[in-house]
Design a protein around this ligand. Sequence first.
Ligand code: ZN
Length: 424
Amino acid sequence: MAPATWAGDRETVKHAAGIRRVDLSHVQVASSETARRINRDIVLELIRTSQPISRADLARRSGLQRSTVSQIVEQLIGEKWVREGAMASAPRGRRPTMLGLNEDLIAVAVDIHPRQATVAVVDLNGRVLLRAQTPLSSDAAGSTRVMVQSMRRLLDALPGKSTEGIGISLPGRVDPATHRLIFAPNLRWPDFNLKKMIEKKMGLPVQLENAATAALLAELTFGRMDGVRDAVLVTVSEGVGTSIFANGQMVSGHHGVAGEFGHVPIDPAGPHCACGQKGCWETFASSRAALRYYRDLAPESKTISFHELLNLAEEGDRAAARALAQQATWIGRGLRILIAGLSPSTILIAGEITPAWHRYTPIIEKEVADLTLAGVPPAVRPVREGDIARLRGAAALVFQRGAPREARSTEIRRLRPGGSGKNG
Ligand SMILES: [Zn+2]
């Protein structure tokens, strides 16, 4: 994935003035198109965070000229990202028309786990309109057919919406060039072109991304990350995934596989990991690890899901509470690698542990404080509705800022039979 570049990067510019290295193999001179795109993104972000807002207020708050704002707004309305709403009341003179994001622009979001997928329809404000669960098996083609049926059912239930595309977050890595899964130890699908198959069946463009990266993108797209320039997002479910936001940029790394901290061994004598190594962080900190701790503490217990383990702890089951505490300790210990290596100001936690965050926070915070090398320890907080962060991230992939709109709309026209821009 191309790194998201945030407009208004004043701090970096200030610090880097005179020392910024220009890599001639990567740069392009700024065209008027570059400036237009940055200004468009600023206007769109102002509309998102301040809707409903008038053109006059957009000009005042962005510092752009009224005519420039009007031009950008017309473009955004044409692209169906923004729409005009009610007229505001004004004490005198012409009443301004207020602008907001077009809630009829939707994305199909899919969050894939090893055994099941959640399929949903999410609007441009990040609201989940409909969602459904589908079981997955080791048969990749069969599982894909089931997911496609679910997507069709949901879209049929929401007539009159414009579908921008399909985003899929998955527990693995996708080769940015071939779009094939290149590292997905918890998803036992052989080399399978998921993107191509779904595009063919749905006639919509498909974006695939690692679940942690998608969840971080959801925070950047739908959340409030203003002022945060160094963050790490950790998603804890069947595995542990991380995504890095450093110096205001998402870090993808060579081959797009940066952030596999879940597969850094922290105890060579630890359990076997699906990746082939032993004692990876995720073998101690994932929800699977918590279930293992519970089985060790309560060997007589029946097989339960992680959700049931959370419920048992809430009902006062001491073995369940201890198993979760053990998991929290290992989450905290593993965070040392991230803190030492990246020095984030904020660590965001997503995944199925977030509904029980009150159990985790004191233990994780203590571990993090004990292990911080210097300065103030980073803030550790769950993302809003962290259990659906990956799902929302899948939608954020579709609504990604910074991607050239023209290129993407061409792609949509090319892919969609009829090219009407409407469902059905
Ligand atoms: Zn591993």
